[in-house]
Design a protein around this ligand. Structure first.
Ligand code: MRU
Length: 344
């Protein structure tokens, strides 16, 4: 499995996911600003991976603050954390990681600044290690929902590359395969960034898990022909009532699944659940630039000047979600009370 992100001496480096599968190249981050740029420009993407990147970026940013005074350190750290929070708006894991790092700074107020700096770095390493562990637990839990010989549709990339490692939705698929189940995967190509074609297909082929890529608009037809047994996706944010924000196109897959009586599962760690958001309508959905739709590798493929709408995520109402798979177990509707219990 290729690492998504790691410490490299004093610096952080991330696999440049824009280049996969043509090239496997590191994107070096020599300051926290590079991490922010990496998140914004899709060098690293996927909610849990963005959370890990934010934590490492903050640790690196903290390391560059030149002071021995806790008050000055805390003020400068807060400014960096504020910038980090704005990198991308939808993934809950970003805020979750920033808040965890900020809490550490508060808890260590009686310690020398140098100690706080090394604790922040250790915490970022812990967040990475925990994420992999959590995904493995999620895989173990979720694989019980996957029958032997199932054909599974997934959307976007919720694999190792979207996390610290192992993956959420692909983690469940991996675990089912590790359990000896013969699984086939159908990957939506996932316009416009093609995470399904470039990343999911790449990851699964590396592991010898059979995968076929389809254009996004083929899913309904395949479901009607009974060629898909279940759907598993990841999530960028889950509201307190179970509404799910995930890659644009997820909602239509969920509606099609319900119409065709196919289970639609979401695999996500607790860090993706945002209990402060009552329902999906309140989740901020990132709108990205028009060139992502209008161009292909910088070549204009639409009429010059055409207006484009490019929401990067959509909301799937909880009513379409058959179950949410987490590291603490699987929950089914009604979600509100069960999510509350899970987070206690
Ligand atoms: O725009 P992206 O590539 O960051 O979107 C990623 C997704 O929508 C994933 O499905 C989600 O983050 C879950 S990843 C474990």
């Amino acid at each position: 499995m290729i690492p998504t992100i790691e410490w490299h001496g004093k610096y952080v480096r991330m696999i440049d996911q824009r280049k996969i599968p043509s090239r496997l190249e590191w994107f070096a981050c020599r300051g926290y600003e590079d991490v922010i740029r990496g998140i914004q420009k899709m060098v690293i993407r996927g909610a849990p991976a963005i959370g890990v990147a934010a934590a490492m970026g903050l640790a690196m940013g903290a390391g560059s603050i030149r002071t021995k005074s806790y008050t000055t350190f805390r003020r400068k750290f807060k400014k960096i954390a504020g910038e980090m929070l704005l990198a991308r708006p939808t993934a809950a894991n970003l805020r979750w990681a920033v808040e965890r790092m900020a809490r550490l700074v508060e808890d260590m107020k009686t310690h020398p600044v140098d100690e706080i700096k090394s604790a922040l770095r250790k915490e970022s390493e812990k967040i990475l290690a925990e994420d992999i562990e959590v995904n493995q637990k999620m895989g173990k839990n979720g694989q019980s929902l996957v029958p032997d010989r199932a054909t599974i549709l997934t959307h976007c990339n919720a694999g190792s590359l979207a996390t610290g490692g192992y993956g959420t939705a692909l983690g469940v698929i991996r675990a089912a395969c590790e359990n000896g189940k013969k699984i086939k995967v159908i990957a939506d190509e996932t316009r416009p960034w093609l995470q399904g074609l470039r990343l999911t297909a790449f990851e699964l082929m590396e592991e010898g898990i059979p995968v076929s890529v389809i254009v996004d608009n083929a899913a309904g037809s395949l479901m009607r022909q009974k060629k898909i047994d279940l759907v598993i996706t990841g999530a960028d944010r889950i509201a307190a009532n179970g509404d799910v924000a995930n890659k644009i196109g997820t909602y239509q897959v969920a509606v099609l699944a319900k119409t065709n009586k196919i289970p639609f599962y979401v695999a996500a760690p607790l860090s993706t659940i945002d209990p402060t958001i009552k329902n999906g309508d309140m989740i901020p959905v990132e709108e990205r630039g028009p060139e992502e739709i209008r161009q292909f590798r910088k070549l204009e493929i639409g009429p010059i000047g055409v207006h484009v709408l490019n929401p990067a995520f959509d909301i799937t109402p909880a009513g379409y979600v058959s179950a949410i798979i987490t590291e603490k177990g699987i929950i089914t509707p009604p979600y509100k009370a069960r999510i509350k219990n899970l987070l206690e």
